[in-house]
Ligand binder design. Structure first.
Ligand code: NAD
Ligand code: TYD
Length: 354
């Protein structure tokens, strides 16, 4: 079986759901259930004996030791993290704790576990660390996309804490020979994305008749990848990646934020026209920029294509349409995750931007 951390979050849950659609290999899903973790996302797996959910914190060494001893996984796929840049600006401590200390604790537990394995179990064991392109910093308009050898230059507490975790993972390969793999991926979008991030936030606000808050001039560029494509890339790297290697994952889909919001508004205009008429574009509002806002991210994903034959299956147009359709069909999920604490976050993050 495999052990997943953070499998109640956006990408982890998509990964677990996709994994069990394509395989009968059981999954132990370890998640602390922070505000970003939602068991409703895993409801399709209720009663499925292939999925075991365990609520635990990756910073808890003895819990990690017991889980590894009990389930004896052949691989760990590590998604658990604090993942939102704006939250890292308001409260960086949780990011250092989970992303750096948590990854370190998990690595230590994994190292002790792996050291006791023998033969093919030891040979075949993998620790797959899921990371972000944000560790490489910000690109200028004409700069070449990030490759696996681009020097790290993280700019936010989020990316700095992810960079720290990447360095620890790298060190465990070089120092202890631990069989690690790292993937650095661009911005994901798709079903079950928590509506604090750009795409689901814009869909939720548009439908609620609220302003669509675009930071700064709206010209910051991100590379966007459909979450199912990211999950497929992780499966491929886990299956055939070379230990100790890093693979960049991206969609060849650079868009500035305004383009993304315009495309979303146009899709919604078609799929769910506004009752009062007019376009959702009328709800766009420019607000105060994010401090230290990285201007551009772009990923060169050729290594993954060349060495492991992975390419994204979705285009931005097909992926975004699927995503909007999913949100329209799953308003209950959105209502569920945006109750309570979410409202406080909206006040904290957007209150001061007007
Ligand atoms: P998310 O915030 O939606 O989910 C994170 C999950 O981790 C939640 O279920 C949360 O409960 C859990 N978690 C947090 N702290 C924990 C702890 N201490 N112990 C156990 N569980 C804990 O994040 P996501 O968007 O699904 O991202 C998953 C991973 O992918 C992260 O490592 C992130 O850095 C990376 N990543 C994300 C993107 C993106 O666009 N979302 C892109 C590239 C890489
Ligand atoms: P986000 O989804 O937070 O991802 P990241 O910062 O990790 O790339 O933001 C994507 C882009 O959208 C980023 O340039 C910030 C911008 N943005 C807005 O303009 N308005 C918003 O309300 C949010 C959440 C993000």
């Amino acid at each position: 079986m495999i052990l997943i951390t953070g499998g109640a979050g956006f990408i982890g849950a998509n990964f677990v759901l996709d994994w069990l659609r394509g395989s009968d290999e059981p999954v132990v899903n370890v998640d602390k259930l922070t505000y970003a973790g939602n068991l409703k996302t895993l409801a399709p797996l209720d009663g499925d004996a292939r999925h075991t959910f365990v609520r635990a914190d990756i910073c808890d060494r003895s819990a990690m030791d017991s889980l590894l001893a009990k389930y004896a996984p052949r691989a760990i796929v590590h998604f658990a993290a604090e993942s939102h840049v704006d939250r890292s600006i308001h409260g960086p401590a949780d990011f250092v704790q989970t992303n750096v200390v948590g990854t370190f604790t998990l690595l230590e537990a994994a190292r002790a576990y792996w050291n006791k394995l023998e033969g093919s179990a030891r040979e075949g064991f993998r620790f797959h660390h899921v990371s972000t392109d944000e560790v490489y910093g910000s690109l200028g308009v004409d700069d070449a996309p990030f490759t696996e050898t681009t020097p790290y230059a993280p700019n936010s507490p989020y990316s700095a804490s992810k960079a720290g975790s990447d360095h620890l993972v790298r060190a465990y390969f070089h120092t202890y020979g631990m069989p690690v793999l790292t993937t650095n991926c661009s911005n994901n979008y798709g079903p079950y994305h928590f509506p604090e991030k750009l795409i689901p936030l814009m869909i939720a606000n548009a439908l609620a008749g609220k302003p669509l808050p675009v930071y700064g001039d709206g010209l910051n560029v991100r590379d966007w990848l459909y979450v199912g494509d990211h999950c497929a890339a992780i499966r491929r790297v886990l299956e055939a990646g070379k230990v100790g290697e890093v693979y960049n994952v991206g969609g060849w889909n650079e868009k500035n934020n305004l383009e993304v919001v315009h495309t979303l508004c146009d899709l919604l205009d078609t799929l769910k026209p506004r009752e009062q008429g007019g376009s959702y574009r009328e709800q766009i509002t420019f607000v105060k920029d994010r401090p230290g806002h990285d201007r551009r991210y772009a990923i060169d994903a050729r290594k993954l294509e060349r060495e492991l034959n992975w390419k994204p299956a979705e285009t931005f147009e097909t992926g975004l349409r699927k995503t909007v359709e999913w949100y329209l069909a799953n308003q209950e999920w959105v209502a569920d995750v945006t109750s309570g604490a979410y409202r406080e976050w909206v006040d904290v993050n957007y209150g001061g931007r007007r």
